[in-house]
Design a protein around this ligand. Structure first.
Ligand code: ADP
Ligand code: MG
Length: 679
């Protein structure tokens, strides 16, 4: 693509940097040296002083200045954490696990000892843990068992500018928890008190600090001086239709014309990353031998913990690293060595399309980023020296972008959070939030929870609702597991729900090999639909798993276009869900054998809002919400005419598709209705 630029960049450039791994000092000493060189290190003593003086501090600093990795260590080393733990919250799972690994290395301890992490379905911490990186969702979940979060003496809310739903709920709770916990201390005065005060630190790279300052009265706002080198920004002269293709071209333009330095490409999601990875690899293999080689490092949320660690290793000699990342690399994770940024201008955003009737749904749409994101992305090129940012959109398109994103609470499904809050006697309506959710999305969540039986007509939580909240799942799947107890098929429902909860998709789609894929998977196809098809896969995999060596399992997955990572992840998830079942007195080993109905009926109890009936024209109409939907092409029921279906989710592209579909008898829907009226 052509870029508008006032200056044509010079060819050639500085000599290749020498590899730093030849330094003979021990790895630990090197890490300590790196720590001391971070911009934040200069302000260490001043920061500790301010943290000591104030109950709430808001800390702003350029991405990569060392906030997330250093502040918790400073707090620990200065003894400010007293006898409690230091929690550091992150909106994203990968950030939490990867940063915990880094800080454990800097502390020279094993991950899981004094430095640990806790994310959904994956934990590594122990009774010795002092610094715990966790997702905001995990700490909100801990509110249910410990409403004062008494285990923590300092809670650091990181990446607060993202205003994720869980971060907002956490912040609202922290305010009241702190008032409660710190009051008893004041009454006793300063001496030796046994109370357990709480310190709050809000951190971000780009924050409307004033807004947080107003929310926490008496808080102190601090700035860390960052190290930002100039970044030359190029806009494309015209809009790009195919941003993946144009990112590929721009990458090779940089690779052939520009001096050494790693390239970071921002893409909206995993699919685009995988497709770009393939094409760059193909062209990179054809490069002349005297050219620098290309090392591709993908980075996205569904990667397993530790899987992306090669991105942090020093780039090998005569090589250009090409990092393909989602907005995880925008502010959460800093990758060293980046000199060039390619910004597609796109991201994925979750948005809830609420319906007053309760038939709303979450969509994940690729959309334009905000100006604030665009500036952060460009900034990533200038951390270690002057850099270049190539925007695959025009300057006018940049000017047309919204300044910053709307808080998630105003655009997401609230049912899961609402249920958790109800458990601790709170309500979204009465909680003092930084921003209030839209009324129609509140209403919609209440209807969902009522239909699931989690709330009664007085909006009070039911016994069933409490059981549902105990599962680390969306309420719909928690409901399905609880229903499986009545139908005697908990084993089967757990197998299915675990796969649906894994972050990687089970089925690998390949547009080039569509027929081979469908042939290889034929034997798993189940007439009842996608849920029982998943169950067939899980059962078949378990048989292989028992009978054969590890390598052959992998080969079996490859042959059937299945993602083994999803199966392995699901197996961990299932172990955790089994523990929850045990606590609630649900026997997880009960199986219905080869019967199908118990399984679809159990799922039907959870998917009660996700039912649609066949119309004369072959489309389906939701029973609640009244939208017209089609069965997604990936479903085994895609070209079938089924009187009534349940589905996992709706995806919105050019029309509304139901994905994860199973047939359900019409008589069962009537039964569900009858159940509602009894309550
Ligand atoms: P901030 O929170 O201010 O953006 P961080 O504390 O995340 O800054 O980053 C400080 C430094 O730590 C950066 O130079 C980054 O490259 C490095 N770093 C962070 N995580 C890792 C990791 N997992 N492996 C190697 N280096 C890391
Ligand atoms: Mg950070």
């Amino acid at each position: 693509p052509a870029f508008n630029s006032t200056k044509t960049p010079k060819k050639g450039g500085p000599p290749l940097p020498t590899s730093s791994s030849s330094i003979s000092s021990s790895k630990h000493a090197l890490l300590q040296e790196q720590r001391s060189e971070l911009p934040i290190a200069k302000g260490k003593d001043a920061l500790i002083h301010e943290f000591r003086e104030h109950d709430v501090t808001v800390l702003l600093g350029e991405t990569g200045s060392g906030k997330t990795t250093q502040v918790p260590q400073y707090l620990l080393e200065s003894g400010l954490a007293r006898n409690g733990m230091i929690a550091v919250t992150q909106p994203r799972k990968v950030a939490a696990t990867s940063l915990a690994g880094r800080v454990a290395a800097e502390q020279n301890v094993a991950l899981g000892s004094s430095v640990g992490y806790s994310v959904r379905f994956d934990e590594r911490f122990s009774s010795q843990t002092r610094i715990k990186y966790m997702t905001d969702g995990m700490i909100v979940r801990e509110l249910m068992s410990d409403p004062s979060l008494s285990k923590y003496s300092i809670i650091i809310v990181d990446e607060a500018h993202e205003r994720s739903l869980r971060t907002d709920i956490l912040i609202a709770n922290l305010k009241t928890i702190q008032q409660r916990r710190n009051k008893s201390q004041d009454a006793k005065g300063k001496g030796k008190d046994t109370s357990n005060p709480l310190k709050i630190i809000i951190m971000s790279a780009t924050l409307d600090a004033e807004k947080f300052g107003r929310f926490f009265t008496g808080s102190k706002i601090l700035y860390v001086q960052g190290r930002q080198h100039p970044v030359k920004i190029y806009h494309s002269s015209q809009g790009q239709v195919d941003y993946v293709d144009s990112a590929m071209r721009t990458f090779f333009q940089i690779h052939t014309d520009y001096p050494p330095g790693d390239v970071l490409i921002f893409l909206p999601g995993q699919e685009d990353i995988e497709s770009l990875e393939k094409t760059i690899q193909i062209y990179a293999n054809q490069l002349p031998h005297d050219r620098m080689s290309v090392l591709i490092c993908p980075m996205y949320a569904a990667q397993a913990a530790g899987q992306n660690s090669k991105v942090f290793l020093a780039t090998p000699p005569n090589t250009r690293k090409c990092i393909l990342a989602t907005n995880i690399a925008e502010t959460s994770i800093t990758i060293p060595g980046v000199k060039y940024v390619i910004d597609t201008g796109k991201c994925k955003e979750k948005r809830y399309l609420a319906r007053n009737t309760g038939g709303g749904f979450d969509t994940l749409l690729t959309r334009d980023i905000t100006q604030s994101s665009a500036m952060q992305r460009a900034g990533r090129a200038g951390r270690e020296g002057a850099g270049h940012c190539f925007r695959l959109y025009t300057e006018d398109a940049f000017k047309a972008m919204p300044l910053s994103a709307e808080p998630e609470i105003m655009r997401c499904s609230l049912s899961s959070s609402l249920l958790q809050l109800k458990c601790i006697g709170q309500d979204l309506e009465t909680l003092e939030l930084m921003d209030q959710p839209a009324e129609e999305s509140m209403k919609s969540s209440l209807i969902v929870l009522y239909l699931l039986g989690a709330l009664n007509l007085q909006k009070e939580i039911t016994a069933l609702g409490r059981q549902m909240a105990a599962f680390p799942l969306e309420p719909i799947y928690a409901r399905a597991i609880i229903a499986s107890k009545e139908y005697g098929c908990t084993q089967e429902v757990l197998d299915i729900v675990s796969i649906l909860s894994a972050s990687s998709k089970l089925f690998i789609e390949s547009s080039e090999q569509r027929e081979a894929v469908s042939e290889a998977r034929k034997k798993f196809r189940h007439v009842c639909g996608d849920h029982l098809t998943i169950l067939n896969v899980v059962k078949a995999y378990q048989e292989i798993a028992y009978s054969e060596a590890k390598g052959s399992r992998k080969e079996w997955c490859r042959r059937h276009f299945l993602n083994e990572r999803a199966l392995l992840e699901a197996s961990d998830i299932r172990d955790q869900l089994r523990q929850t079942c045990q606590r609630l007195g649900i026997d997880h080993s009960v199986s219905c054998g080869d019967k199908d109905d118990p399984v679809t009926f159990s799922l039907g109890h959870g998917l009660v809002m996700n039912i649609a009936l066949l119309q004369p024209d072959g489309t389906y109409k939701q029973t609640i919400g009244q939208s017209i939907v089609k069965i997604h092409p990936s479903s085994v029921l895609c070209d079938k005419k089924i009187p009534a279906i349940i589905y996992d989710e709706l995806v919105y592209t050019n029309q509304i598709y139901a994905r994860g579909v199973s047939r359900i008898p019409k008589s069962f829907i009537v039964t569900l209705g009858a159940l509602k009226q009894q309550r």
